[in-house]
Every structure is written in C-alpha cells, then in structure tokens.
Design a binder for this molecule. Structure first.
Ligand SMILES: [Zn+2]
Length: 404
C-alpha cells in the first residue's frame, strides 16, 4: 500500500526571493478569490456551475492577456493552477459533505482568502519543474534557488512542494513523497493496547506510563503567559503587534516540539510491536467539554495519525477500538463488568481478586478488543497525509536528497 508523507524543511529566502514569494502568494490568492467570486455570481444568477476547465481558461490563460491582470504572468502558471485546484477541492469536499458522501465534521463552503491570513502558501507540482540542485538548493520557477535547511533525506522523488509562510514569518518547504511498503520491518511477537488518558499522555497494556514531557509542559505554560500578555495590549498598538509575533513564535515552537516528541514515541511503538491498538477517542465530542483544553494540548489525533501511517509504512497492524467500548470498568482478568467509576478513582479491586490500575486495565482491554476486532473484520488501515518529523537542529545541506 502506498503512503503519502509530508516532509517539512525550513527555508531561508533572500530579501529579493521574499519579494517574489510575496508576489506569488498574492497572485495565487487573487486567482483563488476570482474563482470563488465567479462561481458565487454564477450561482446567484441561476447559471450552471462553472467547470474546473472553464475557470482555468478564464482566470489564468485569458486573464494574463488582459492589462488589469497582466501581472499574473510574473508568477509560474502552475502556482495559479494549483490555487484553482485548492478551490476545486474545497468545493468537492463541501458538496460531498452536503450529500452525506463525506463522513465526519460538516465541510464549510469555500471562503475568500485574505492577505491577513496567518498562513500563506503556494504549491509547485512536478510539471512546474521545481528541482533540488546538487548544491542542495531548491530551484523554483520565477522565484530562484532557495536555501534549504535539510534535516533528513527524502526517501524518494517528491511529487510536489508547497512553500509556506507562517504567522511567525518563517518559511518552509513542504514536500509530498509517496513511499511503498518495501520498508516492512521484521515481524515481532508483541502487541500493545494503548489508553490515551488525561493523567498520562498514554498508558500501555504492559504497564508502561508515558507522561507528557516536562519541556513540553513548560513550553505550553510559557505560551499561555505570552497569550495573557497579548490580551493586555491595546488594540492597534505596536506593542500588540510585537506580542502577536511572540505568541505566534511560541505557538510554532510548542507545535514543533510536540510533533517531534510524538514522532519518537510512535516510531518506538511501531518498531517494538507487531500490532498497536488504541481506543477511538472522539476528540470532537470531547472538544466541547471542559476536558477540551487538555485534549487539544495532548494532541491525540495527530499521535494516532502517526501510528496509523507508520504501521502502514512498516508493515505493522494498527486498529482503533470502538469508543463506546467500556474499557475502564471491565476486569481484564475475568471480563466482569463492574460499576462506573469516578474520574479520580485511579485503582480498584475486582470481586475476582484482581487489583487493577485503572489505565493499565483499560489498555489491556483495548488490546484484547483490538485482537478480537481484527479476527472479525481484518485490519482497517487508512493511510493519510501526515507530517514526517522535522528536526531542524541538524546541520544544513549535509543530507541533501540524492536523485531528486
Ligand atoms: Zn475480575
């Protein structure tokens, strides 16, 4: 099974390249918004949906020939086509969600992009002829050769690269790479169930408890302090603008650190176990309760996403166990169903004589349920598009990808 991975690297454009990138972000935004406006007007006028092909012809090919849009020619046409592709995807998701074909949270209709958006992005596909040069620079049409901080090797040739400018003013190159399953690891005997909890980040069926590391908690506390600082600054003041950048930087740092830590943990779990089972925590359901803060800080969704794609990539089994499964109050030794327990009950005794740690017992039940589910219906593995680890601390350019 092929898995699509994203590899992010920090890039350092020169001032002139920053100007070119700003122009490309702007042109992509204009074309996206033109497309959205054209379709909205057609709908209001009762006309039929403007096709993808017609949109591309009118807003790129014909527009570039008009004086008021002539500046679109200063940007790679692939960047503009990809902006329309984003719009088309947004429409397709919205329609699929309306008709019930798409499961999960209801997709919103496409929205106009603003120059004030925190994240600006453009995408180059293979036919834009982006190229990683022998000297490690990334060549982009009509932008130039960008200085990339390579922190690891790309496993194969990337099919596209997005250039992103985040709220902290940092630039990233995000490559999409498709990998096969030839990376399967040698089989091992152990299987593990994982309880994702609030007292610990994760508790394993073998009794291991993993706490959120102290450095991450400290970074999160610092972020909170900066956010409070920000809320006290007067609207429109320069102090406020500086505080916004500080918050954005701290936020990016917390996200990077957490992602790195989760990557290490998920890699270890997949390497050491033939099968990994987790409880399918309903994150959107919990998100509305007072548990929301800790849930979002814990980042379970991204963590289970990593387990999922790494299992697919390395030939392991990953499965989610039904979230209505009573993993906490069932005895993992005798299968007796005990009474509901308050959240603060950390250990309990079953009438069968077993003494249980609440979370370890839950993890053992998850492992058992995962095994039983697999026997019933086989592994369900949905590989998604997930961020590969970004380690920016490594020296630059030594590991420039070869054969790209
Ligand atoms: Zn029991």
């Amino acid at each position: 099974m092929a898995v699509q991975l994203r590899y992010n690297f920090r890039v350092y454009p020169t001032p002139a390249q920053q100007v070119s990138l700003a122009r490309a972000f702007g042109c992509a935004r204009v074309v996206f918004n033109d497309g959205l406006r054209l379709r909205q007007r057609a709908r209001e006028a009762g006309e039929k949906y403007v096709s993808d092909g017609e949109l591309s012809r009118r807003l790129i090919t014909e527009a570039r020939a008009m004086p008021e849009r002539a500046w679109l020619a200063e940007v790679s046409s692939v960047v503009l086509q990809q902006a329309l592709a984003d719009l088309n995807t947004a429409y397709r998701n919205f329609f699929a969600s309306l008709s019930g074909k798409r499961k999960g949270r209801r997709a919103a209709p496409p929205r106009f992009r603003s120059r004030k958006d925190n994240r600006q992005a453009i995408r180059f596909t293979k036919n834009a002829r982006f190229k990683v040069l022998d000297n490690g620079r990334l060549r982009l049409p009509k932008v130039g050769d960008l200085d990339v901080r390579w922190s690891r090797t790309l496993p194969s040739e990337p099919s596209s690269v997005a250039i992103i400018r985040d709220a902290a003013g940092r630039y990233f190159a995000s490559f999409v790479v498709t990998t096969g399953t030839d990376e399967a690891l040698p089989p091992v005997a152990s299987e593990v169930g994982i309880d994702l909890g609030l007292t610990h980040f994760a508790v394993m069926s073998d009794g291991t408890k993993i706490a959120t590391p102290r450095f991450l908690r400290r970074a999160a506390r610092k972020l909170k302090r900066l956010q409070q600082d920000l809320s006290r600054k007067a609207k429109g003041s320069n102090n406020r603008k500086r505080a916004v950048v500080r918050v954005a930087r701290a936020h990016a740092r917390v996200a990077d650190t957490r992602r790195d830590w989760q990557h290490k943990l998920s890699t270890t779990l997949i390497r050491d176990n033939q099968a990994v089972y987790v409880e399918d925590v309903c994150v959107t359901g919990l998100g509305r309760t007072k548990l929301a803060k800790s849930v979002h800080d814990a980042g379970w969704a991204s963590f289970t996403g990593m387990l999922e794609y790494k299992a697919a990539r390395y030939g392991r089994t990953f499965a989610r166990v039904d979230r209505f499964f009573p993993s906490t109050r069932m005895c993992s030794d005798c299968a007796r169903m005990n009474d509901k327990m308050a959240l603060d009950v950390r250990a309990w005794d079953c009438p069968c004589g077993s003494h249980h740690d609440r979370d370890v017992n839950a993890a053992r039940n998850i492992r058992a349920a995962g095994r039983a589910d697999l026997n019933d219906r086989g592994a369900q593995v949905r590989p998604g598009l997930v961020l590969a680890p970004c380690r920016e601390a490594v020296t630059r350019r030594e590991h420039a990808p070869s054969g790209v």
